[in-house]
Design a protein. Structure first.
Ligand code: TPP
Ligand code: MG
Length: 317
């Protein structure tokens, strides 16, 4: 979990750097600061379990086992990317690892995860679907519809709210009168749990209970992880709407630094091992970046590839 969090952090720092060099088409929403959520949840998932993701989805992909090189290539608009550039930063999918897709439509992953849960139930397997979404998404209609349906049908879904206190520049307390998103779980008759989302072990343990409950066929859980993004909402948003003392307090709670300290304190890692893991994560990101930058852009005619049915298969139908 430590090395995965490092990889996500360095990956996002690299994406930010590349964005500054005008190498990333479109926009970016960085996951830096929120790594413990994706990593702590996905550490409980099997390869054949499903996840749905958001516009802030690079970290979810990496934590679920996506290849760094194809992820970076997709973000940089190269034809070797996961979706051959049909997705870009906000719509990466890899069905082979159960990554059902990220989406730019806030809250749209919630009913999709409920649908994945229904498919699991109909197939009779013990898979689980985990659904990542933000505090802002929890005010969408899809939140109510998706969670209510999953609750009444006891679907194997873990709804993971990444509460980073803001939806773009809108503070959560100005659009919600309950303190915790997880408090809303009682209206669906399911467990609601709030944890420190910058503590990877707290996330891991709470997700473990929720995932196992879902696997046993006992239904969904709403797991809220309180966290904070290191940067603004997207691109160069300077996030001037965030009070300075609030930013400073959260920087002190950085998930990676805290977990590293804990691992050193308990002698699970020593300084040399930490240095080696940091270097290894940086190297992996560099390798993926090199692969992406050396990959060609798609040709214009490829814009319609994988969009329309081939004539032959259309005739067969
Ligand atoms: C349905 C919809 N409404 C509005 C937007 C514009 N928008 C993009 S991200 C965002 C904020 C989402 O906030 P939150 O769910 O808390 O996720 P965070 O960005 O904090 O991770 C909004 C309003 C959108 N993409 N889709
Ligand atoms: Mg938010």
């Amino acid at each position: 979990m430590y090395s995965q969090m490092l990889t996500i952090r360095f990956f996002e720092e690299k994406v930010f750097e590349l964005y500054g060099q005008n190498l990333v088409p479109g926009t970016i929403h960085l996951y830096a600061g929120e790594e413990a959520v994706a990593v702590g949840v996905c550490a409980n998932l099997r390869r054949d379990d499903y996840i749905t993701s958001t516009h802030r989805g690079h970290g979810h992909c990496i934590a679920k086992g996506a290849q760094l090189d194809k992820t970076m290539a997709e973000i940089l608009g190269r034809k070797t990317g996961y979706c051959k550039v049909k997705g870009g930063s906000m719509h990466i999918a890899d069905f082979s690892i159960g990554m059902l897709g990220a989406t730019a439509v806030v809250g749209a992953g919630i009913p999709i995860a409920a649908g994945a849960g229904l498919s699991i139930k109909l197939k009779g397997t013990d898979q689980v679907a985990a659904c990542f979404f933000g505090d802002g998404a929890s005010n969408q209609g899809t939140f109510h519809e998706g969670i209510n349906l999953a609750a009444v049908w006891h679907l194997p879904v873990v709804f993971v709210c990444e509460n980073n206190l803001y939806a773009m520049g809108t503070r959560q307390s100005s659009v919600m009168l309950v303190e915790n998103v997880a408090d809303r779980a009682s209206s669906y008759g399911i467990p609601g749990v709030t944890v420190d989302g910058n503590d990877v072990l707290a996330v891991y343990e709470a997700a473990h209970v929720a995932v196992e409950r879902a696997r046993r066929g006992e239904g969904p859980t709403l797991l809220e992880c309180k966290t904070y993004r290191l940067k603004g909402h997207s691109r160069y948003d300077p996030a001037a709407y965030r009070p300075k003392d609030e930013v400073e307090a959260w920087l002190k709670k950085d998930a990676i630094a805290r977990f590293q300290e804990r691992l050193l304190e308990k002698s699970i890692l020593n300084d040399a091992e930490v240095r080696r893991m940091v270097q290894q994560a940086k190297n992996e990101v560099e390798k993926a970046t090199k692969f992406a930058l050396e990959s060609p852009f798609p040709e214009a005619r490829e814009a319609v590839h994988d969009v329309y049915a081939e004539e032959e298969s259309a005739q067969r139908r």
